[in-house]
Design a protein around this ligand. Structure first.
Ligand code: ASP
Length: 278
């Protein structure tokens, strides 16, 4: 039996559950038609990147310079991986990460990643939406009033980052994720999403994707930690629960994982997610 889990990010609400459902349906269809786990997670994540409500692909957050800089990654149970960081001007960063996976490199960032995307056939695309522009204006106004001492300063927050993990009938597993970053970020900031071992990890024991405050997830090397629990033979739900359990509620985190024994999903905040089997 094949399994797919998708999520819309730590902090995402029920309002975007239909988005998770649409991505799940598209990914399950790939598995039903004989596609493998990697193809299924790429399909699910591109559907979510194209959903303007998500903070990934079209609709990504803007950094403090008013630019979209996106991070994405993909990794499979054979240990193959590809990632992009601070990538701008493409529609589907996760597909660029897939192209990186075909090269001898693991991770491309910034200008070089953009050049690589163009050379591998990704046309120029503006992922900034008017909703993202309004959100940046709101954050900036709040910061300004905080500097005036009238209000508490807004903390950087996660939300609507997207991810998927799958196991196909052959037992092959993969995870993928994609984000526009956190709500307040400097140009050039790269979070956990494309960092192998932090936002993503996969190997023969399973595939894991994380969401939440990237700096904390990197510090904890969270996805590799959860993977190591799978390697010990832990149930994926327990591995995800333990992974999330080490963070206080003030640090929002979410995890999804698949293994040969099943799947897991856990968060210490809200997280719109869905799973399905074929
Ligand atoms: N982990 C992402 C980042 O720090 C944000 C998120 O998951 O919502 O860039």
């Amino acid at each position: 039996m094949a399994v797919l889990v998708v999520h819309c990010g730590a902090h995402s609400t029920e309002e975007v559950l239909d988005g998770a459902e649409g991505a799940l349906t598209a990914g399950l269809q790939v598995l039903r038609q004989g596609g493998d786990a990697l193809e299924a997670v790429l399909r699910a994540v591109t559907v979510l990147e194209d959903d303007q409500r998500m903070n990934a692909g079209t609709g990504s957050r803007l950094n403090l310079a008013g630019e979209v800089e996106m991070d994405a990654s993909v990794m499979d149970s054979r240990g193959q991986a590809g990632a992009v960081g601070a990538l701008s001007g493409v529609k589907n960063p996760v597909l660029v990460a897939r192209e990186v996976m075909r090269t001898p490199h693991l991770f491309l960032a910034g200008e070089g990643a953009v050049r690589f995307a163009r050379e591998t056939g990704f046309p120029e695309y503006d992922a900034a939406t008017s909703r993202a522009r309004r959100e940046l204006e709101r954050v900036e106004a709040k910061q300004r009033s905080a500097l005036g001492g009238s209000e508490a300063s807004e903390k950087p927050g996660p939300g609507e980052t997207v991810g998927a993990a799958a196991r196909d009938e052959g037992g092959y597993m993969a995870a993928a994720n994609s984000t526009g970053g956190i709500s307040i970020q400097l140009p050039g900031r790269v979070g956990d999403t494309p960092v192998i071992g932090a936002g993503i990890y996969a190997g023969p024991a399973g595939a894991v994707a994380a969401t939440g405050i990237g700096e904390e997830i990197i510090r904890a090397v969270l996805s590799k930690q959860v993977y190591d629990r799978l390697l010990e033979g832990k149930d994926p739900q327990m591995a995800c629960d333990e992974g999330v359990g080490q963070f206080p509620s003030g640090i929002p985190v979410g995890l999804i994982a698949v293994a040969s024994s099943g799947f897991g999903a856990a968060t210490n905040t809200r997280m719109a997610w869905r799973s399905g089997q074929v």
